[in-house]
Design a protein around this ligand. Structure first.
Ligand code: PGA
Length: 258
């Protein structure tokens, strides 16, 4: 099955030259891994237009979108504006937006509807919450999952990529902890089970569910050994082309062996 690796650059880097410097080495090596695997980078929105000319084999994604088609909403970017720069994926429900920017489940649900309407692919993060505790992730993920899909029909749900993204396993969070591959797998299987109830078991198995806690060259093996983990949503390591490439390549290696 295809794997998907998404680099979430967050509010980095500072300049477009630096952004090109991160993307180009990956772009140049993509011919080595293209079958079975897709790589996407999500730069800050201002870099999407210039990077559109640099990225051919690496797909572009956005870190946010408005729930409206256009109009009076200061600071927001619409789905159709993103589409002009060949954006394919949009990250929604990331814990940083939920926790620091006050994005509610209602807003996330409206954004998912809008992203699907614009024919972009929502990457919906589950597990981000100020109070997220390691041993209580299933109820949180279940609640966020149902809130995310509440206005969707089966066909729409099938178009979503989900990511299990526990706040406590993000490198930049104070006192962050490592999530084991076994834990990531367990929660990914839980999301798959939730999906089975909505779209049926066979279809749920064909949907991509990524792991979104810290993944880098030092720990990637821990996650690639579980075939149920369909890829990664990578933060800090995606800003270092060497580190990111090792993550990409490791998922590729596993995908051709599975
Ligand atoms: P990290 O971020 O890879 O820097 O830990 C992951 C995330 O925010 O999803």
């Amino acid at each position: 099955m295809t794997k998907l690796i998404i680099g979430n650059w967050k509010m980095n880097p500072e300049t477009i030259e630096q952004a090109r410097g991160i993307l180009l080495p990956i772009e140049h090596k993509m011919h080595l891994v293209q079958e079975n695997l897709e790589v996407c980078v999500c730069p800050p929105a201002v870099f999407l237009a210039p990077l559109n000319h640099t990225s051919h084999n690496v797909v572009l994604g956005a870190q946010n979108v408005s729930w409206l088609d256009g109009g009076p909403l200061t600071g927001e970017v619409s789905g159709s504006q993103l589409k002009q720069w060949k954006v394919k994926y949009v990250i929604l429900g990331h814990s940083e937006r939920r926790i620091y920017l006050g994005e509610t489940e209602e807003m996330i649900s409206k954004k998912i509807v809008q992203v699907l309407k614009t024919r972009l692919v929502p990457v919906v993060c589950l597990g981000g919450d100020k109070a997220a505790k390691k041993d209580e992730m299933k109820p949180l993920v279940t609640r966020q999952f149902h809130a995310a899909i509440k206005n969707l029909d089966r066909k729409q749900i099938e178009k979503i990529v989900f990511a299990y993204e526990p706040t406590w396993a993000i490198s930049t969070v104070k006192n962050s902890e490592h999530a084991s591959g076994e834990h990531a797998r367990e929660l990914i299987l839980h999301i798959q089970e939730l999906l089975s109830h909505e779209v049926g078991e066979a279809r749920a198995k064909n949907m991509l569910i990524l792991y979104g806690g810290t993944v880098n060259k030092n720990n990637v093996h821990e996650y690639t050994k579980y075939p149920e983990i369909d890829g990664a949503l990578v933060g800090a390591a995606s800003l270092d082309p060497g580190d990111f490439w090792e993550v990409v390549h490791e998922f590729y290696r596993e995908s051709i062996h599975s």
